[in-house]
Design a protein around this ligand. Structure first.
Ligand code: MSP
Length: 656
């Protein structure tokens, strides 16, 4: 019987800088799912790759005096070597600079144009230069700035092609609300409310201001703008509209696209719309996870808080790192990476939990039976609960993996590991070993433990694929003993199985010493990152790039009334991640201002501080809350920074 196909993809990564542990999450998660599915007997296609076009790459290459292709070639190799280091077993690697992909993108663009879903128009609207993105009014943030980087946008006008995404709004709303396409479902409601209900606006899909992209085949001077190029990778890599591959019919629709929350919207709205317009089936699931943050802050190269996966892998082994990131991240939520949590997790689960279980069991088999378990056995009622818990883990893991809940799957396996360690405490093999009349009982206990480890290690193998074969060597399991069909029963290891003592699987880590060393590595990274930042990365805009708005007279300026005010209290606006409601002492009896700074400031950072208030702005309602004025702030690469005033300036004082 032919195997059932299973197709899973990661996003394609921007090769604009070295990969970090944040990039590893999706890839390690998809690799684990792919391995689990292969173990279950599926014919798996696991795709990853790099998204190599765009203005940023063009600019970075120019800074280094190399061509964009030369620039990306170097970084793509770094991604590939990281994947090999992390033991990522992908089936196909796509680069958007590959000829066959370019061919597909051009054909898709033309097909959509011929069907009338892409049309030529003129874009005049708000443009964010650093993000290379046009935004509609409704997409701008509360301060009228770019919704992605929160920097000011400028007015721009350009001839461009548009994709009629609005034609699919109803179908996409149904897809998000009535099916389980998007996981977790809570995010679907948020998308519908924020993007579909206010009205989907047609999407700008071509650019004329840079060259490093896929040319529009029928209109020289236009290049295909990011999302049609990037998203099409999922089907070009199967040979859709190209001759390079021929397994589109076999693997499409994809079973799972996995992405982080920042690119969810593109995969939940734009991608389905493109597929609907092409009249091809939609992927079955989009699994969305949060960000890995570092000590509570978003990982970022420019902050230097990036943990180098090669450094961590070298110290603790790649499986420990894989396990840690998978075990910490619940689907949908952010997960905070800290050296301390990582080391404690490795010590408790891997060194003391699973590693110790294997080494104790193997050592006892060696000590009491010279390594080979005798045939004479004696079962006990005590064995049943242990066996049931281990077998129960198999179905629980299967169910969790069906729903892309990797953290939960690992928790289920570790319930069995804990049960096994408890089984050792209950049966006290060291006492049985001292009593000759108990040899048969001891043989049963150790055999059960070894066979239980066989099942647990097979379940762990998709997540920690480097270490588990070593476990199989130690417990005397052959490859045929750890196939998926052998996991639902006990008694698979040979009756007289022989163990083989080996190296410690996960050495215990000296917490204090390691944390000190890792912190000093990170400190050095931070300093180096600061020293290496380009002026632009530091947020300094080169003089020639500063675009001043139209000149105004002093009378015009006098129309804006800036005054000093003190923040008396601040609280989050309900149902908004971004808005804080501030009560101010403005020297005029007080007022309320709503400001989009909740992601950057907590109330404690603000209360008691003096700020610059635009005092004569017309009141507006933001998320139903009245805002009388605006507080002044600046956009920096690290987010929005409020302009604080000297405490000696009285509330209500005019600023000129
Ligand atoms: N090129 C686009 C994706 C196109 S897919 C058709 C892109 N590339 S990216 O390199 O910027 O990011 C790729 C993925 O890595 C995104 O899902 C992004 O959120 C994820 N991550 C980058 N840093 C991360 C963390 N710190 N934590 C978790 N995921 C992170 O977007």
């Amino acid at each position: 019987m032919s195997k059932k196909p299973f197709y899973i993809t990661t996003p394609i990564y921007y090769p604009s800088g070295n990969p970090h542990i944040g990039h590893c999450y999706t890839t390690v998660a998809c690799d684990s799912i792919a391995r689990f599915k292969r173990m279950q007997g599926y014919d798996v296609m696991f795709l990853t790759g790099t998204d190599e076009h765009g203005l940023k790459i063009e600019q970075k290459a120019a800074e280094q005096g190399v061509s964009p292709k030369e620039y990306v070639d170097v970084i793509v190799e770094k991604f590939k070597s990281l994947w090999s280091y992390m033991n990522i077993d992908y089936d196909r690697y796509i680069r958007t600079t590959d000829d066959y992909h370019i061919e597909t993108v051009q054909k898709i663009f033309k097909a959509l144009y011929d069907k009338g879903y892409i049309y030529k128009g003129e874009y005049s609207g708000k443009y964010c230069t650093p993000c290379e993105s046009f935004w509609t009014e409704s997409q701008l943030d509360e301060n009228g700035c770019c919704p992605e980087c929160h920097r000011p946008v400028t007015f721009a006008k350009e001839e461009a092609y548009f994709f009629k995404i609005s034609a699919f709004a109803d179908r996409i709303e149904k897809l998000l609300l009535d099916t389980d396409y998007l996981r977790p479902k809570t995010r679907a409601i948020e998308l519908v409310n924020n993007f579909i209900k206010p009205g989907l606006e047609d999407l700008c899909v071509s650019r004329t201001t840079f060259k490093w992209g896929v040319p529009v085949s029928f209109d020289e001077g236009h290049v295909v703008y990011v999302w049609i190029d990037a998203l099409s990778n999922y089907i070009s890599a199967l040979g859709f509209m190209n001759e390079q591959y021929s397994d589109f019919d076999k693997y499409w629709p994809a079973n799972t696209h996995m992405v982080a929350k920042d690119i969810m919207r593109f995969h939940a709205i734009i991608w389905p719309a493109i597929l609907m317009a092409l009249d091809i089936p939609l992927p079955k699931h989009l699994a969305v996870h949060g960000w890995i943050t570092f000590n509570g802050e978003k990982m970022s190269k420019s902050l230097g808080n990036v943990v180098d996966p090669f450094v961590l892998g070298e110290r603790y082994g790649c499986d420990a790192i894989r396990y840690h990131i998978l075990r910490e991240m619940a689907l949908g939520a952010d997960s905070s990476f800290s050296n301390e949590i990582m080391i404690n997790r490795i010590n408790s689960d891997l060194a003391n939990g699973f590693g110790n279980l294997v080494s104790r069991t193997v050592a006892m088999a060696d000590k009491y039976f010279g390594g080979t378990i005798p045939s004479d056995r004696q079962a006990d009622a005590l064995d049943e609960d242990f066996k049931n818990v281990v077998l129960g883990a198999v179905s629980a893991v299967e169910a969790a993996m069906e729903e892309t809940k990797i953290k939960q799957a690992l928790e289920e396996i570790f319930k069995a590991v804990d049960r096994a360690n408890k089984y050792i405490d209950e049966t006290e093999p060291w006492k049985l070993g001292k009593d000759d009349s108990q040899k048969a009982r001891l043989a049963s206990v150790l055999y059960n433990l070894l066979d239980g480890i066989r099942i647990m290690s097979a379940l762990l193998s998709p997540f920690m694929p480097t270490t588990m074969p070593e476990v199989w060597k130690q417990i005397g399991a052959a490859e045929a003993d750890v196939t998926y069909d052998k996991l639902s029963v006990f008694g698979v290891l040979p009756e007289n199985v022989t163990v083989c003592k080996g190296a410690i699987l996960f050495p215990r880590i000296d917490v204090e010493k390691e944390i000190e060393e890792l912190n000093s590595i990170i400190q050095k990274n931070m300093e180096a990152a600061q020293a290496n930042l380009s002026a632009e990365e530091k947020g300094e805009v080169p003089a020639e790039k500063i675009e001043l708005a139209e000149e105004i007279s002093i009378d015009d300026f006098a129309k804006v009334e800036l005054r000093c005010a003190k923040i008396l209290s601040a609280e989050k606006v309900k149902k908004s991640d971004k808005l804080l409601c501030l009560q101010l002492d403005d020297g005029m009896g007080g007022r309320q201002v709503v400001s989009g700074i909740a992601q950057y400031y907590s109330p404690d950072d603000l209360v008691g501080k003096k700020i610059q208030l635009v005092a004569n702005l017309k009141p507006v309602k933001l998320r139903g809350v009245e805002s009388c004025g605006m507080i002044c702030a600046s956009d920096t690469p690290d987010g929005v920074k409020v302009i604080f005033l000297d405490d000696s300036i009285p509330c209500g004082a005019k600023i000129r």
